[in-house]
Design a binder for this molecule. Structure first.
Ligand SMILES: [Mg+2]
Length: 97
């Protein structure tokens, strides 16, 4: 298992434990809304120190949340994230737009 898949597994287990993702019933999930809420939190940042993790800025913490929610969502979809990211970066490598 690749590193991103390992991180996603841990993030997913945490999201399930916290009640943010229902692994058994997608009608209880709103994964797009959850990601959008984390993106909105990035725009609310001031660039000050994070109130939760003092070694980082608030914007860094919220960008981490975007990544964590994206990884959890992809894991929920049973995606091989390491392969996906490699494929997408290869695709982007030659793009000019
Ligand atoms: Mg957040």
């Amino acid at each position: 298992m690749g590193k991103l898949n390992e991180i996603a597994q841990k993030a997913y287990e945490c999201a399930v434990r916290r009640g943010k993702i229902d692994p058994d019933n997608d009608s209880n999930n709103n994964l797009h809304r959850d990601l959008l809420e984390e993106v909105a939190e990035v725009f609310e940042c001031t660039g000050e120190k994070s109130p939760h993790i003092k070694e980082y800025l608030d914007v860094e913490e919220e960008l981490a949340d975007v990544i964590i929610v994206a990884l959890s969502t992809l894991h929920h979809f049973k995606c091989d994230i390491d392969s996906l990211i490699e494929a997408k970066m290869n695709y982007n490598k030659n793009r000019m737009d």
